[in-house]
Design a binder for this molecule. Structure first.
Ligand code: SF4
Length: 228
């Protein structure tokens, strides 16, 4: 793990790169954020916003969506990946919210994760963004960038979440989540990270080493090669 000075430097750079980091999903209520986040699995935020603008304009509340038939809800969300599964999850979630939570979105991870279509990441997104509660949501971008930067060292998102909560002070968890997502989308791409234009390259253990370093390491290795 990087030392606290390095984390502070990474924090300052990310903050300056992404000063207005917040979710790109559009919502007005915790319920709408919950639905948008369920829809966002394997789907871009832009696509989700296109869907929810229409859905929430016609049916803004949990009661409104609960009254839709499954077929009617499917029509709204048909352009999202996995739309049939998501429609069933959203419909069932609405019923549970009305029957067990007075139509409100619960504020604990345990209760959220009992809702269909809601995993740990979705629960954390809702807790942090809708309720401003301390939670560090780890999606594919956060997981990848954190591990490349050495802020975490894990193959499991849940462990990455734990390590990020230790690396960053609690008041930065929400922002750091958004910074790492933005950085993953814009610079540290999954297949071709753009290290040559990355402002964090000098702090990143995954960045390619300068050529001269590589050459001198090769020379050292040559000298040590017993089969030479
Ligand atoms: S230097 Fe490369 S691997 Fe490291 S964070 Fe930047 S883009 Fe990602």
């Amino acid at each position: 793990m990087p030392d606290s000075n390095t984390v502070r430097e990474i924090t300052a750079i990310l903050k300056s790169l992404y000063p207005n980091a917040q979710t790109e999903l559009e919502y007005r209520t915790p319920f709408q954020l919950l639905v948008a986040t369920i829809l966002s699995a394997q789907c871009t935020d832009q696509r989700v916003n296109m869907i929810t603008r229409r859905l929430f304009q016609d049916h803004p509340s949990v009661e409104d969506i609960a009254q839709l038939s499954l077929g009617e809800l499917e029509e709204y969300i048909r352009s999202a990946g996995l739309w049939q599964t998501k429609a069933r999850s959203i419909k069932k979630t609405c019923q549970i919210l009305i029957e067990r939570h007075n139509g409100e979105v619960p504020k604990t991870r345990e209760e959220l994760m009992r809702l269909p279509g809601v995993g740990r990441k979705t629960a954390n997104v809702v807790l942090a963004n809708a309720f401003n509660l301390p939670a560090f949501a780890v999606d594919t971008h956060v997981h990848r960038v954190a591990n490349r930067l050495g802020l975490a060292s894990s193959k499991r998102p849940e462990q990455t979440e734990q390590q990020l909560m230790e690396a960053f002070p609690e008041h930065l968890w929400k922002d750091a989540h958004h910074w790492l997502i933005r950085h993953g989308r814009r610079v540290c791409h999954a297949r071709k990270p753009q290290c040559e234009r990355c402002a964090l390259a000098h702090l990143c253990p995954s960045a390619p080493k300068p050529r001269s370093d590589q050459e001198s390491r090769c020379k050292q290795e040559d000298n040590q090669d017993p089969y030479r």
